[in-house]
Ligand binder design. Structure first.
Ligand SMILES: [Zn+2]
Ligand SMILES: [Zn+2]
Length: 190
């Protein structure tokens, strides 16, 4: 776990408890599903938040925004679902808060940065299952990333993926140009 931690920290930019949580969740998921890091799109992660932990998940599982196998359903929950296409199986991992009485005695004397360090140390040394709840989920058929045709925005002349384009007064426009229009004329009814 330590060497993976060092790598995740250099990817993310700083060491924080959220990153350690993401690392633990990823390692637990790979172990429970019996799979390796995704070279391609054999694994899919659904993240229910967009906080620090997601960077560890990208690093460890190989599920990334660019490959289209990291999907955000930002409910603001400390939970991630990992699907294995080859196994046809998925697990949702929910992070539980650390019991408040644990390590409590010295907490008051610690500075904020010492407290963070202690939290990280605890997360990296605790057994993987500790503080994480696992739910089996039916793997929904998530399609592999699709390639869309491009159209040209008639306002700015830039190319844009077809499903992201909008119609505005009979013209095809990109979202940036459409937003300008909304700002000027008020929200269009959706
Ligand atoms: Zn962070
Ligand atoms: Zn445009």
């Amino acid at each position: 776990m330590r060497s993976r931690w060092e790598d995740a920290v250099s990817f993310h930019g700083h060491a924080c408890p959220g990153l350690a949580q993401g690392l633990r969740a990823s390692l637990l998921a790979l172990r429970v599903l019996g799979v390796e890091r995704a070279e391609d799109e054999e694994l899919v992660v659904v993240a229910e938040n967009d906080a620090c932990g997601v960077d560890a998940i990208q690093w460890v599982t190989g599920c990334t925004v660019g490959k289209g196998n990291l999907i955000f359903r930002n409910y603001g929950k400390p939970a991630y679902t990992f699907y294995s296409r080859s196994k046809g199986r998925g697990v949702r991992i929910i992070m539980e808060p650390r019991p408040s009485n644990e390590g409590e005695k010295d907490q008051d004397q610690l500075t904020e940065s010492e407290r963070r360090k202690e939290a990280i140390e605890h997360l990296l040394s605790a057994p993987l299952q500790e503080g994480m709840r696992i739910q089996e989920v039916d793997a929904p058929p998530i399609e592999p990333a699709r390639i869309f045709a491009s159209v040209t925005c008639q306002a700015c002349g830039e190319r844009v993926m077809e499903p992201r384009a909008r119609l505005q007064e009979g013209q095809v426009v990109c979202l940036a140009c459409f937003d300008d229009y909304e700002a000027r004329w008020g929200k269009t009814p959706s």
